[in-house]
Design a protein around this ligand. Structure first.
Ligand code: MN3
Length: 208
């Protein structure tokens, strides 16, 4: 089968995010879960050569115009590949802290303070029922919004550009935190890569 999409390498090693996210979770998440989305996405696209060269974000933003037999696969597997590729990049070793620069300023303007933003984001992430994601996005009007998505749905399916995304599927934390999702969320703030978030924001601003 043609490798249309491939698993991206992580920009750090599996143990880099310890003690906040353990190496085994990172390795399984990357080599099993993310690889699975890539493989199934490639399989879904294998009989649709005309879709193979389209940017993934374009497929996700226009699910309703895709051939019916592969809509669900592109949504779930394509969404999974897109979301995880995004997720790895907004984390780093020795991350955390308070966002500076334009994105830090935009967060203050929209939410009042970084602490108020964090509290609202945490509540959103904690209350995702079942599997899904919490996001900080820029919406079509250029405003910052906290949203959640179910399963592997992505904000790009709704015309929003993600700046921050947090995977709250159990596979993202269960080995280390079991059922304690709030503890995982609190730990995760120590590995967020605000520089990458700032780059996402710059990119979105440039394309508005
Ligand atoms: Mn995941």
């Amino acid at each position: 089968m043609k490798e249309i999409y491939t698993l991206p390498s992580l920009p750090y090693d599996y143990g880099a995010l310890e003690p906040y996210i353990d190496a085994l979770t990172m390795e399984i998440h990357h080599t099993k879960h993310h690889q699975g989305y890539v493989d199934k996405l490639n399989k879904a696209l294998s009989e649709y050569p005309s879709l193979q060269d389209k940017p993934l974000v374009e497929l996700l933003a226009g699910l309703e115009v895709l051939p019916t037999p592969i809509q669900t696969a592109i949504r779930n597997q394509g969404g999974g590949h897109y979301n995880h590729s995004f997720f790895w990049k907004i984390m780093k070793k020795n991350g955390g802290g308070v966002p500076q620069g334009l994105v830090g300023n935009a967060i203050q303007v929209e939410f009042g303070s970084f602490e108020a933003f964090k509290e609202r984001f945490n509540t959103a992430a904690q209350t995702v029922f079942g599997s899904g994601w919490a996001w900080l996005c820029v919406n079509g009007q250029g405003r910052l919004k906290i949203v959640t998505t179910a399963n592997q749905d992505s904000p790009v399916m709704n015309g929003m550009a993600p700046l921050v995304g947090l995977d709250v599927w159990e596979h993202a934390y269960y080995l280390q935190y079991q059922n304690r999702r709030p503890t995982y969320i609190e730990a995760w703030w120590h590995v967020i890569n605000w520089q990458a978030v700032e780059e996402n924001f710059d990119y979105v601003q440039g394309s508005l």
